[in-house]
Design a protein around this ligand. Structure first.
Ligand SMILES: Cc1cc2nc3c(=O)[nH]c(=O)nc-3n(C[C@H](O)[C@H](O)[C@H](O)COP(=O)(O)O)c2cc1C
Ligand code: SF4
Length: 673
């Protein structure tokens, strides 16, 4: 604990005293079937309370049934039905001394009638649609309707109070209704709620005042606000500093939680690893708002992933406490591990947004690609791991994510593990991801996983050790495993097979044709010519990543995809779209959508539009496939034939999927062995 000057200093927030300066921040989880919590929801929050956080703020919860936040499914604060469930969560976090608040939201334009069974229309300060939602033109609110919504905020806060929570956070950020009133980009009104900054802030200030009036002085009331819209013509930190000062002067606010951006600036609000934004990147913006505060505690947020960084941000005066979301989804014990000086054991978030942000956009519960227990605490949480009755000798084949995660959990259960890896490095396909520009952060997680296995004293990793038909009997005799796990992963389809033609692409075996693995492997293969065509079906990070890498190195690059856009849908869900498209545009990468390859010849390819079948030729020097993958499962058959012990397949060796699936498969398997 001595390492930290501020992290473990208590902080007074209203009538609460937080035991440390780390707050599990508000985030939509979709952990609320029928807008109510279930046992999994309770366990999700309790796990982070056990992990030692100073406070928890449940994510945006709608105050108005006619603006129920569709497509998200969050706590329905519009009805007393939410009270018993919320009380269960409060009781669970209070057991560990952790105060609990809930964030109150009216989604405004981010109510999507298309996803709402009752088709409620979106409402807004003015008839301005949101750029990211096709054809969702909102209804402009009347003054009477504004007052009704304010009363709903107050009623929702009272329900949280009745449920035994410690406070509420009013969501005045991210382009939701209150923030939409603040920004001139969305608010074109000419009445007392539009025009001057004072008028645009009126809705928010009146909500704060009505909430305070309803819950009294002892219940914590905070506000979240975006320091800047990060869009030309939007609000800037100097505007928000004035709004913050108005709120402090009104004396209804116990804390101010500063975030940044609107949905349109999502890649700054919830940046992924390709954003180029450093951990703690919102420090200067937050400090500008904090400078306008006399005594209100200010919280900051943004890729905070290291206890020392928390300490530094508080020491710098950027904020009084740090709000963390994704790192705490990945590592619920962040605070306890810091306290125990076990920094190396803190599981790093990879900031890929793949099972957190992407899940909520897909209507799924929040999880974590690097931590299968997140959202599954009842089955895989900290206290569910039991030592194996009989410790076994396990032989794992393959040191990619699935192999290493199986090893990590199996070792925790008391097993002894030997890993045979035919390559010269651990990490499997993730190494390839990490070699692409701006995408190296995943290495932190791979290093953590390796550390966990190596430092246990129960994991023996043998690199450059291939199991073949010739040496298998000898290896089995020498290792005498009780069980074998085959985690041999997947390989890129070198024949260019895809779902489009379902056959290999003619010409795939020519010397100027490569796969993404050839380029990104430990020993990159082949000569890449000036004109490069990347043929993409995976629609993930690989094609744009390679394109960036090659265009940066001076190649003329075109990506051809069978989808209507590059990284179709995935890049939006992962929050990668803006930084990736910006980079591709700046590097002059050409993109051709809805198209595929008919054949490859020396010097050119024949392409076709997959809908009209129109054909054309493209002159190219190099073709790179990012098409389908094949499971590496041949070894499993060989081992199954020769070994007299149980053999399990895990991860991509079953079927090529996402890293989240490999990690989840591995954790579950290791629980069962
Ligand atoms: C899955 C997910 C859901 C989120 N939902 C909310 C929300 O309900 N309310 C909110 O104010 N911010 C929300 N955010 C933004 C976070 O509160 C936070 O500002 C952002 O993730 C940056 O913090 P981090 O880098 O520690 O994750 C969400 C973020 C994620 C990843
Ligand atoms: S899914 Fe990825 S970005 Fe989200 S919390 Fe887990 S590691 Fe972090």
């Amino acid at each position: 604990m001595s390492e930290y000057k501020y992290l473990f200093q208590p902080l007074k927030v209203g009538n609460l005293v937080l035991q440390n300066r780390v707050i599990f921040g508000p985030h939509v989880t979709n952990h609320w079937p029928n807008h109510l919590p279930d046992d999994r929801t309770v366990a999700y929050y309790e796990e982070r309370a056990k992990g030692g956080v100073g406070m928890i703020i449940i994510g945006a919860s709608p105050v108005d049934e006619t603006a129920n936040y569709a497509p998200f499914v969050q706590c329905g604060l519009w009805s007393d039905d939410c009270i018993p469930g919320l009380r269960k969560i409060a009781d669970a976090t209070h057991k560990h001394g952790t105060p609990l608040c809930v964030q109150l939201v009216h989604p405004g334009i981010h109510q999507e009638p298309e996803y709402d069974p009752d088709g409620h229309v979106a409402v807004a300060p003015s008839e301005i649609p949101a750029i990211e939602i096709p054809f969702n033109i909102p209804k402009e609110l009347s003054v009477d309707e504004i007052h009704e919504i304010q009363d709903k905020f107050a009623a929702a806060a009272e329900r949280a109070q009745k449920a035994g929570l410690d406070g509420v956070e009013i969501h005045g950020a991210h382009g939701y209704l209150l923030s939409a009133f603040l920004t001139p980009l969305k608010n074109k009104r000419t009445d007392q709620y539009g025009g001057s900054l004072e008028n645009r802030a009126r809705f928010l200030l009146e909500v704060m005042s009505k909430v305070r009036e309803r819950v009294g002085p002892d219940f914590v009331v905070g506000c979240r606000i975006s320091s800047s819209d990060m869009i030309d013509g939007g609000v800037e930190p100097e505007d928000i500093a004035k709004v913050a000062a108005m709120m402090e002067a009104a004396d209804n606010m116990d804390f101010l939680h500063v975030s940044v951006g609107l949905y349109r600036s999502m890649s700054v609000m919830i940046p992924s690893h390709v954003s180029g934004l450093e951990p703690g990147y919102q420090a200067d913006l937050t400090a500008e708002i904090k400078a306008a505060m006399k005594s209100t505690p200010v919280f900051m947020v943004g890729r905070i992933n290291d206890p020392m960084l928390v300490d530094r941000l508080i020491a710098d005066g950027s904020a009084d406490a740090c709000v963390i979301v994704r790192e705490l989804i990945a590592e619920p014990e962040f605070v306890n591990k810091a306290k125990e000086n076990r920094i190396d054991d803190i599981r790093p978030c990879a900031y890929w947004n793949q099972s957190c942000l992407a899940h909520i956009f897909m209507g799924m519960r929040v999880g974590c690609q690097m931590n299968a227990a997140a959202g599954n605490e009842l089955k895989l949480g900290k206290d569910t791991l039991v030592k194996a009755a009989t410790p076994k000798r396990l032989l794992i084949v393959g040191a990619g994510p699935a192999g290493l995660e199986t090893a990590r959990v199996a070792i925790e259960r008391g097993h002894q593990v030997t890993i045979f890896e035919k390559g010269t490095e651990t990490g499997g396909q993730l190494n390839m991801m990490a070699r692409m520009p701006g995408r190296s952060e995943v290495r932190n997680w791979m290093d953590w996983l390796l550390r966990q296995v190596e430092s246990s004293g129960k994991g023996d990793i043998r690199l450059g050790s291939e199991i073949t038909a010739e040496n298998i009997d000898e290896i089995l005799a020498a290792e005498a495993p009780d069980e074998i796990i085959v985690a041999t992963g997947a390989r890129a389809a070198a024949d260019g097979r895809s779902s489009v033609t379902t056959e290999p692409i003619p010409g795939h075996d020519l010397p100027h044709v490569f796969t993404y693995e050839d380029l990104l492997g430990a020993e990159p293969a082949g000569e890449i010519g000036k004109r490069v065509l990347i043929v993409d079906e995976l629609a993930d990070r690989i094609a744009p990543g390679i394109a960036q890498m090659l265009a940066d190195a001076g190649h003329d690059v075109e990506i051809m995809t069978r989808w209507p856009s590059i990284g179709h849908e995935s890049l939006v869900r992962w929050g990668d779209l803006a930084p990736v498209y910006e980079a591709l545009d700046e590097l002059g990468v050409q993109t051709t959508t809805d198209s595929w390859l008919g054949s490859i010849e020396a010097g050119y390819v024949t392409a076709f539009n997959i809908y009209s079948m129109r054909e054309w030729q493209i002159d190219v020097d190099t073709v790179i496939f990012s098409t389908m993958k094949y499971a590496n499962n041949a070894l499993a058959k060989l081992i199954g034939d020769r070994a007299n012990v149980p053999v399990h397949l895990v991860g991509d060796a079953i079927a090529p999927r996402q890293v989240a699936d490999a990690v989840a498969d591995a954790t579950k398997l290791a629980y069962e062995i």
